[in-house]
Design a protein around this ligand. Structure first.
Ligand code: EPZ
Length: 419
């Protein structure tokens, strides 16, 4: 298994390119199932989860052709096997995103239940009750969800018990071919949900209210092909801004949308970092001296993103004072804490809250990644750890960050991947 060897103490500087958003590319790939015509997606990140989703589409009988560095052409001419097998789903829970499109297009779906994962139980009950509301019959057996709607789905009113990103995406995709109007209340407002809706609208779907908590979908009889460029990955961009801050450097992220990062920008400024816009779609971070402690609480967008909590916590170990980190989205998203403590951080967990006392010098250690964003947190800590830190099981990073080590090296980091 690959690992990173990282020498700490080097302030990062320079400009780094940002790939397409994994969490927008995944639902957009699933949306290709909704038409028999070709859909072309640009700015696709070449990461493991995307390859997994592409192979899942191939399994359904869909044609997937990668072109150049970041384009994919998808054509679901005929869906021969509307299912997502266990072997695929166990490696990527976002496979549940094919549920809605398969039922909407093929009238049935058989998708392996995603198991739990490091950060929490992550059930998909809200996806299933929503599909039932739309008229699908749902059965669970042998670890699979079987959904069927032989006469098509029927538009209706769905209210989510709690905000769910892929739940909103799944049901939006199920509703675009349903008979009549569907209203999704308490829907997710993440930029990735908006990006998916923009693709669906290009394919001929009738959707209003995207980006708000009330989405209205007028069902149409069929969708046609389209071409779409995936939004930049705000979590990758945020991770590099934090890397610039934690190393006391001067880093510019290209091609990012600052409106997608307003909570992070505000918090970085509160710690004492300077954030400027050196050009259209660019953000620059400069650490101007000692970092001040701040409190963060993760919330659904536009709140502080849970996917940046672990990375920001690494930064807070270098801030003077006590910081409170509250995680409200997932029940077990502090897996990075004990590894940070092994590097010298002073962090105490009390339920949903982690209390970080800084500033503590970090020393190199052998650490282990547990999930995608916890991995990023450990890499950031290693960038300021004294000595050479060994970050193990970086396959977690390869799931969602494209060439992360090469991009960091481009900013001056001393990082090597060893097999
Ligand atoms: C998406 O996961 C993202 N993944 C996650 O990113 C992200 O952390 C999360 O949204 C929150 O922003 C993708 O988009 C592929 P949720 P998702 O449904 O949709 C509970 C990363 O690092 N819930 O919004 O699975 C759930 O357990 C990943 O890139 C139910 O109870 O998250 C959680 O506590 C990690 N029942 C909360 O809702 C359901 O049916 C929010 O989950 C669905 C969700």
């Amino acid at each position: 298994m690959d690992k990173f060897l990282i020498e700490g103490g080097i302030p990062l500087s320079g400009e780094v390119g940002i790939s397409g958003a994994k969490n927008a590319a995944l639902p957009c790939l699933a949306a290709c199932l909704l038409t028999a015509e070709q859909v072309t997606l640009h700015r696709m990140p070449r990461v493991k989860d995307i390859r997994t989703m592409q192979s899942l589409l191939t399994h359904t009988g869909t044609e997937v052709v990668e072109e150049g560095a970041s384009t994919v052409r998808v054509r679901a001419g005929r869906i021969t096997s509307p299912e997502a097998p266990y072997e695929v789903v166990k490696t990527m829970r976002a496979s549940s995103l094919v549920l809605g499109p398969l039922v909407g297009r093929a009238g049935r779906a058989r998708v392996s239940m995603p198991g739990g994962c490091a950060i929490g139980a992550r059930p998909i009950n809200l996806h299933m009750t929503g599909l039932e509301r739309l008229g699908a019959e749902i059965h669970q057996s042998h670890g699979y969800v079987e959904a069927s709607a032989p006469n098509g789905l029927k538009g209706t009113h769905v209210h989510f018990d709690r905000i769910t990103v892929t739940g909103t995406e799944d049901l939006m995709m199920a509703a675009v071919l349903a008979h009549g109007e569907t209203v999704l209340e308490n829907a997710a407002r993440e930029p990735e949900v908006v990006d998916l809706a923009e693709l669906l609208i290009k394919m001929g779907a009738k959707i209003q209210g995207v980006g708000t908590s009330r989405i209205q979908i007028e069902g149409v009889s069929s969708l046609h092909g389209a071409e779409h460029t995936i939004i930049p990955d705000r979590i990758e961009a945020g991770t590099f801004l934090i890397a610039g801050a934690i190393t006391g450097g001067d880093v510019t992220v290209a091609s990012c949308d600052k409106d997608h990062l307003s909570a992070l920008i505000f918090k970085l400024q509160q710690t004492g970092c300077e954030i400027t816009e050196p050009g259209v779609g660019k953000l620059r971070v400069r650490a101007l001296g000692k970092l001040r402690s701040v409190d963060i609480k993760t919330e659904e967008h536009p709140g502080f993103a849970t996917d940046l909590q672990a990375q920001f916590m690494a930064l807070l170990t270098q801030a003077e004072g006590i910081s409170f980190v509250t995680e409200t989205i997932f029940e077990n998203r502090f897996m990075h804490v004990l590894e940070l403590v092994r590097m010298g951080a002073n962090i105490r967990i009390e339920g949903r809250q982690a209390i970080v006392a800084g500033r503590t010098p970090l020393s190199s250690a052998q650490v282990i990644c547990s999930d995608l964003r916890a991995s990023a947190s450990l890499v950031l800590a290693a960038l300021v750890g004294e000595g050479i830190t060994e970050v193990n099981r970086v396959y977690h990073m390869d799931r969602g960050y494209e060439s992360f080590d090469l991009k960091l090296a481009g900013l001056g980091a001393k990082i090597n991947r060893s097999h």
